[in-house]
Write a protein that binds this ligand. Sequence first.
Ligand code: ATP
Ligand code: MG
Length: 414
Amino acid sequence: MPDPTSASLIAVGDEILLGQTLDSNSNYIAARLSDAGILVKSIRVVADDEKSIIDALTYSVENFKIIILTGGLGPTQDDLTRSVIAKFFGRKLVFRQDLLEQIEQRYRDRNITLQEGVKVQADFPEGAEPIPNKYGTAPGIFIRNNDTLVFAVPGVPREMKGMVDDFIIPHLVENKRGIPFRYRVIRTAGIGESGIAEILGEWAFPDIHLAYLPKFGCVDLRISAVADNNEKAESRLDVAEVFIESKLEKYIYGYGDIELAQAVGDLLLEKGWKLAVAESCTGGMLGSMMTDIPGSSDYFEGGFITYSNALKAAKLGVPTDLIEQFGAVSKEVAEKMAEGAAKNAYTEVGVGITGIAGPTGGTPEKPVGTVFVAVHTPEETEVIRFRFKDDREMNRQRSVFAALTMLHRILKKS
Ligand code: ATP
Ligand code: MG
């Protein structure tokens, strides 16, 4: 028996299967649906051919009451979704003068000549409802087939989002197709999954699902609840959230989709401190991440990309003999970089990052992935030696997150 509150997504497009486009549409739709209490239980990506689309539709109508397709609604001969849906649900394609007028109007508004081929977008499955397209010409298609709801929207992300937000979600919510389902995300840094599991102990909330979502040494905790209504689900989450906070307070940097860099920025603002960074192996990535945040000029002064030893000495004042004695990748140099960044930029807080990102440059004592991160504040300078793995890009990303994690911990306690 198909489940009325779960959904199937079908992304149509050879470009996704060829690895040229990431299926971000399904990702977006799944997030919007789950917010509305509708759980996506299947996402399929299929080729731009009739058989593949029909196979996916056959599976979907057997198992689900809500089906959303994206892609293939355009005017070209590789856009098959409209005709295949019509065929599958036994509807004729009929010419709709009202749709043609809308399409023509859109072309007039934008002052472009209507190509003859575009007119096929006015051929519409009989009995289906057009979904208005704010950002393009192809209308979406909404078919009620008994109690199965089928929506087809364009592949172009902006057009897809407009239809999902303005039509599909409101329709599903109004018709109470979702279940009272609520979730929250609690974001932590500076502790691994197993560390968290140990601190939390045996999970004492049978009604609440707890998921661990790790990324670059940070772990998001997602708690979710299903209840008779949304208020009940929320109050169950309140209890679990208070429990998690009581256990993990010092590791929590925020909720929802707040970024770690943003949390660090908020702490700097709170203290009235400014930050400068000195980066070697990360080549400016930390500075880039800080400046991704709107308003970061209030606390982020700037940075030094000092890749060579000469520049570390000249711009940050790292003593040359220190570099010779301990090596550029060392605790001593990281420390001086952090202090030099703060001193030369006249900030309270400085960060120094120096490491061997790889793939070459490792030694037995300092293998690839060895990174020193130092954080200097008016109270102390702390350095940590990290040992990441072999992948250059990952090592650079991990170094940035390690620096942000240290900053967060040190600023939170000081
Ligand atoms: P058009 O009228 O532009 O032809 P369409 O509905 O036929 O629209 P497609 O031709 O399938 O859509 O895709 C248009 C563009 O949208 C693609 O070039 C691709 O970049 C993007 N796109 C398609 N499907 C997806 C998807 N699942 N996720 C992200 N982007 C997508
Ligand atoms: Mg197309």
